[in-house]
Structure formats: structure tokens, C-alpha cells
Ligand binder design. Structure first.
Ligand SMILES: Cc1ncc(COP(=O)(O)O)c(C=O)c1O
Length: 353
């Protein structure tokens, strides 16, 4: 028994799409492509040709970066696509459920709704710094729980999950649920990725993205890392040629050593700026609370969140409001030093008004 056995029966039986083969130095009359590239086409692989059905070079480069074997990784269009694929592969509509925490990233709900899977949310306590509640999560699981989504650092709270809590959930749900750890913001945290646990836990799946620390949100590229048989099922469901040639080539450039060391510098700067903002904003009169964060954003509680948002908006500074259980809260993304200076000026003016 592996965790792939709990996936939808029709997906377990699905064969990958049989694309036209692509062989260098051949006359390619097998894919109904145009024989000429446009004169403006400057890509290494001309755009008259379909991209590789799956980008093998990029897969290897991402596997090296994230510390896994290439067979354990599928390149996706952002980690959003990975969430969608996982929900479609594991959840039978109208029957299966997904367990997660709240507040957390809203895409888990979005894709669960599209697939007709129930989403069970376990409330995180603001008074406990929104720490993961493994007992609550496990209590919400039953025989129809196919996926557990854990986001660490969590969006929008910035909270890191402890390794101990993750292991508890993995062990309790072994053979019964795939436990998905969304590490979109892990580069900003003082903690290693949980990818190293893959050998020990067959039900662990990890999501990574190039949208945050690597500054490639516009390229739409991420990765799902997990057991080989799960990766094969996700691969069979993902659209053929999902990663466009311009994306593959620009992301390959982004993974070169000099681009990666540039990105490391930005991450260090964001972490320094995050702490500067947290310290400065924490002393403002209308701010009731600032939660610690391990991400490139942080959450604050204020006297009047909607008014604050509006006033910042008027000054052309956009912040994020969620309402509901976070009705008094605002999430602030850490920007460049000059953007952050401007934010502090605007907030200081709000405080004086
Ligand atoms: C926790 C989390 N996961 C995944 C994503 C999706 O990112 P992308 O699809 O750009 O990789 C986001 C985006 O904000 C996020 O906050």
C-alpha cells in the first residue's frame, strides 16, 4: 500500500497523453507544426515547435535546488497548479474531504470547491500566534480525508509549523491521507524545507514556488515534490506541454548560480526590512498587535482595519484585507526599502489623524 492507492480509481488507471515524439536532427512532420519560426523569435528552442512535453532540464535543475531526485518532482505552472492537480487526483467529487487550518491560503478552498470536495477547516487561535493545532486537524480527519494541507510559513499569518507537529500528522495519517506542506515562503524562514523527510514518510508531498523568493511570479513556475507514483499520476493529469518555451528558458536562466545568489541577497534584505517594519509599526498608536512572521509579509491587528486600508489606498499604498475572523487585521507585504519608508510615512500620518 502506498499513498497513491487512495487516489481516484480512474486517475490511477489513466495513461499519460501520447504526444508526438521529438527527436533532434529529424524532419518533423508528425506534430502539425509550422516549419518556420517567426522572424522575431529569439528563443533557444524556436516557438514554431511545441515545447518539450515536460521540461526535463528544468525538472533536473529544480530537483537539484530542492534536494530531491528528478523522478520525485513535477514542474507546475506556479504552485497553484499543483494544488489543483492534487485535489483533482485525490478527491472524488461529493465523497472525499480535505482538512486544513483557517486562516490559511484561500486557494485550497477554491480548488476543493471546483472539484466538489468538502473542505474542513480547523481554526487557529490568534492568542496562540496561530500555531498549528495537530490535535484539531487529526480530529477533523476521517476515512474520506484524502488530503491535509499545511502551509508553512502560513499565509496570511506568517507562522511556521514545527517539525514535531508535522511528524505527528504524517504518522497519524500514514496510508490514509496525503499530507501536503505548502512551502511557498520557506526561503524567508530560519528553517529548512521538509523535503528531507520524503524518504521517511510516503504520504508527504511538498509544494515549492519560484514566485516569491526567486522573484518570478510572472513566469508561473513551481514544483510539487513527492513519491514517484504520486508524481506519475499528477503528470498524467497535467496538460500536455504545460510549460511554455519562454517560461522554461527564462526560469532556466533564473536558476543559474549568479541569479540565485542575487535572489539570496534579496531574501536577506526582505528579512531585515520585515523586522524593521514590525518594530516600527508595533509602536504605532492604532496598532493593537503585530504577529511575528517567517515570510515576506506579516499580519497586524488595528483599531479600524477597513479605514486603514482605505487611507493607505488613497495614498496609493495597497495592503491586503481578509475580513471574517481577521476583520481587524491587515496583511502587509514587505517591499523595497524605499517602498517600506513610504508605507511608514503613510501609516504615521494615519496615526496622527
Ligand atoms: C501559501 C501559498 N501557496 C501557493 C501560492 C501560489 O503561488 P504560485 O501559484 O504563484 O506559485 C501562494 C501565492 O500567494 C501562497 O501564498
Amino acid at each position: 500500500m502506498t499513498i497513491a492507492d487512495i487516489a481516484r480509481a480512474e486517475i490511477r488507471a489513466l495513461k499519460p497523453y501520447a504526444a508526438a515524439i521529438q527527436v533532434d536532427d529529424t524532419i518533423r512532420l508528425n506534430a502539425n507544426e509550422a516549419p518556420w519560426a517567426s522572424s522575431g523569435d529569439r528563443f533557444r528552442r524556436p516557438l514554431n515547435r511545441y515545447p518539450e512535453i515536460r521540461p526535463s532540464g528544468l525538472r533536473g535543475a529544480l530537483a537539484d535546488r530542492y534536494g530531491c531526485a528528478a523522478e520525485n518532482l513535477l514542474v507546475t505552472r506556479g504552485s497553484s497548479e499543483a494544488i489543483d492537480l492534487l485535489v483533482r487526483v485525490f478527491c472524488n467529487a461529493g465523497r472525499d474531504n480535505i482538512v486544513t487550518s483557517t486562516p490559511t491560503f484561500s486557494m485550497y478552498r477554491h480548488y476543493a470547491t471546483i472539484q466538489g470536495a468538502e473542505l474542513r477547516e480547523v481554526e487557529l487561535a490568534a492568542s496562540n500566534d496561530f500555531a498549528l493545532d495537530p490535535d484539531g486537524l487529526l480530529g477533523a480527519c476521517d476515512n474520506a480525508t484524502r488530503l491535509v494541507f499545511l502551509c508553512s510559513p502560513n499565509n496570511p499569518t506568517g507562522t511556521l509549523m514545527s517539525r514535531q507537529d508535522l511528524i505527528r500528522v504524517l504518522e497519524a495519517r500514514r496510508d490514509r491521507s496525503a499530507v501536503v506542506v505548502d512551502e511557498a515562503y520557506i526561503e524567508f524562514a530560519q528553517q529548512d524545507s521538509v523535503v528531507g523527510l520524503l524518504d521517511q514518510y510516503e504520504n508527504l508531498i511538498v509544494l515549492r514556488t519560484l514566485s516569491k523568493a526567486l522573484a518570478f511570479a510572472g513566469a508561473r513556475c513551481g514544483a510539487v515534490i513527492g513519491p514517484r507514483d504520486v508524481i506519475e499520476m499528477l503528470d498524467a493529469v497535467q496538460a500536455p506541454y504545460a510549460l511554455a518555451t519562454p517560461v522554461v528558458e527564462c526560469v532556466e536562466n533564473a536558476l543559474r548560480a549568479e541569479s540565485l545568489s542575487e535572489a539570496d541577497g534579496w531574501v536577506r534584505q526582505i528579512v531585515t526590512e520585515r523586522e524593521r517594519l514590525i518594530d516600527a509599526i508595533g509602536t504605532m498608536s492604532f496598532v493593537r498587535r503585530v504577529w511575528p512572521s517567517a515570510a515576506n509579509f506579516f499580519l497586524i491587528e488595528v483599531d479600524n482595519a477597513e479605514q486603514l486600508l482605505q487611507e493607505c489606498n488613497n495614498d496609493k499604498v495597497l495592503l491586503r484585507y481578509f475580513g471574517g475572523a481577521l476583520a481587524d487585521c491587515v496583511r502587509i507585504t514587505v517591499g523595497s526599502p524605499s517602498e517600506n519608508d513610504r508605507l511608514l510615512q503613510v501609516l504615521a500620518a494615519v496615526g496622527r489623524a
